[in-house]
Every structure is written in structure tokens, then in C-alpha cells.
Design a protein around this ligand. Sequence first.
Ligand code: GLN
Length: 415
Amino acid sequence: MKTPIPDYLEHVLDEVRDIDEGEVEEGLPHIDVKDPTELAAAVCTVTGNVYTAGDAEVTFTMQSISKAFVYALALQELGRKKVFETVGTEASGEPFNELSLGRETNRPMNPMINAGAIAVNQLINGEDSSVEDRVEIIRAFLSELAGRELKVNEDILDSELEDSDRNLAIAHMLASHGVIHDDPRQAVISYQRQCSVEITVIDLAVMSATLANGGVQPVTGKKVLDADACRLALAMMGTAGMYDGSGRWMSTVGIPAKSGVSGGLLGTLPGELGLATLSPRLNPQGNSVRGVAIFERFSEEMGLHLMASDPIGTHAVRGIETEGEETTVQLQGSIHFAAAERALDKLSDYDFDCECIVLDVSRVSGFEKVGRVLVKEGLRRLRDDGFEIAIYDPKEKFGDLEFSDGTRAEVVGEG
Ligand code: GLN
């Protein structure tokens, strides 16, 4: 059987191919748009499967998409206290290159607009770092996320630097408020180099899936980021990743995302997958027109909206069976808070007529920390009610079997 997913991606590209609204960013003549009709999509799951359609091998520069990852790196290197002192976490509702600072704080509103991204770039490798060292750390980090060596496109960087008055003005504003301490020109060079790293939609999908996967790159298996840094970067992508189009995006698409002026767009569905598209023509907010159209379809047709409220955990208890003096309780699925609550609610009402209760977790796909703690506490209480307790855990999903009072559950060989 050939998986239908690439065919589905091709089908979605065909549906949006003829949309010709939007403009290639003319205010930024340096942007490497070779052909405005280029169109590509890629998906990477947290298990490392990659699916592509269209011009998936075409390279382009990351531009603002780099902001999300460098923010995650800053959080990882310096911790949230230092990063939050430098840049806020509120949507600005303003264009990406606005000369804006929070009115009371005199700090950039968030790391997704240029003011915030220039400030965050300066945090990497310390404020005294040379531009070369800082950018090399960023390039190497982005390469680990992509799982291959990425490089800076020097031609695009050079032409971008010829036209960087706006970013220079932002850097001077940051310097005058003590947000950055380096020479503003050096700060802009450092930031523009990060924007000029070249990628494909495949790279972006894999990088995005790494955020979705708590920082473990799903193809190489390497731990690149802490889960906390991923979570905070995703939160900012959800709040401000699409600039002044972010509110509408969260309503219609509902996926943390980041766009770039060269037409790239990436979205991350936590715990599931990374998505990326390329289409160079932009809407007035600087987001890819066909990219947005593709994501709207993905969200609707693949059911990806984060705020969709499908009940979860309702079938956590697969069954309860009694044979002689033994009752087996079988759990299934992913045991997070809602699933554990369902199971405990059922067990607390159940009229057990046995001596021994066996908890069979052979069909559990995984325990979240809170799920494990709650289920263990339930078992301990059943034991205190006078039952013998045992666990059937052939795949060792439950792991730690020690109860809160220091005693341990017995492990049995059969469910
Ligand atoms: N390098 C571009 C700039 O700073 C990136 C902007 C963007 O992608 N929105 O102007």
C-alpha cells in the first residue's frame, strides 16, 4: 500500500495553485524570490515521517521564521527570567517592522516582531560575543534542528544589508533604551545573518516537528531543546507569530505558526507534527497568501485546530473483569489528567468483589506525569482499602512503581 498522505498534500496544492493575490515583498528587493509561482508543502510527524508535495527541494532564506527558533535557543541558554526581562510576551498588533516598544516597559512587546528579534539575537552567546561567534552558534543550532548543515546565503545577506535602514532605526531605538548594548549596525548584521540561513520546506517541517516533540529532533533522535523552551516558543508563535494577522490566524487555523517575508510558513501542532509551506506572494500583514490558504485547508480537513474540543480520555478504562478472586482493570490510550480522572472516578464507584486487583496497562500508549501520579495514588488507596494490588506492565510504560508511602506495587506476568 502506498500511503495517501503525499497525494492529499498534492491535492491541497492543486486547490490553491491558481490563487494569484498578494505581492512579492517589493520593499525588500533583496529577498530571494526566483519565481513567485513556487509552491511547496511538507509535513513531519513527531515519529520522524516526512511527506512532501510540490517544490519541496527549493531553497529560500528563513527570514522571520528564524525568530521562533532563536527565541527558543535564548530561553534554553539564559532561562526565562533573563529573556522575559529583555522582551515581552504580548502581541503588539503592529506590523513586523514597527519601531515599537511597550509603553511602560520600554522593552520590545514580543520576540516575533523585528524589535524583539534583534534584542533576542543579541542575547545569544552573551552581549560581548563577536557577531561571527554568535551567528555561528545560531547557524549550528538551526542545523541541528534541521538535521543537516545549513548555510547563510551571503548574496541575499549583502543585498539585504544595503537596504536595512528600517532595522537600523529599530536597533538605534533599542540601544537608546539600553535594550541592546552592541553597536546598532553590528546588531543588525547579526540579526540579518540569522534571517539569511537557507532552508527548504522539508527542513522547516522537521524543525517544526522538533518543537512539537518537546525538543527531540524526530529524524536524528537528538535532544536539541528543552521541552520548556519549546513550549514558550510555541506560546509566542500562537500569540504573535503571524504579526497583526495573529488573532485571525488563531481563530481560523488554530496552530502556533511563524511566517517569513520570503514566503515560508511553518506551523506546529504540539505532540503531533510540523507543517511547512512555501509560496512567495504575501498579504498586507507579510504572510504568504497561498500558505495561509493551505493551512486553512489543513486545519479544517485534518482537524488540526488546537481549540477544537473533542472529548479526550473518555475511554481510558477498556474493561473490568473478575475471575475468581482476581479483578483485572484494563486501561488504554494516553493517560493524561482527563484520562486518569475518568479511570479513578470509575474505580472509586466500582463494587469490587475480589481479593486482588490487577491493573493491566499493556494497552496504554503512554503516561503523562500527572496521569501516572494519580493512577498510582488510586492504587495505593485501593490497597489501603484492603485489596492486594498488582500491575501487569509488559512494555514498562508505568515505570516507577513506588507509592507515595515508599511501598511498591507487585508486578505480575499476566493480565
Ligand atoms: N529580514 C527581514 C527583515 O528583518 C525579515 C522580515 C520578515 O520575514 N518578516 O526585514
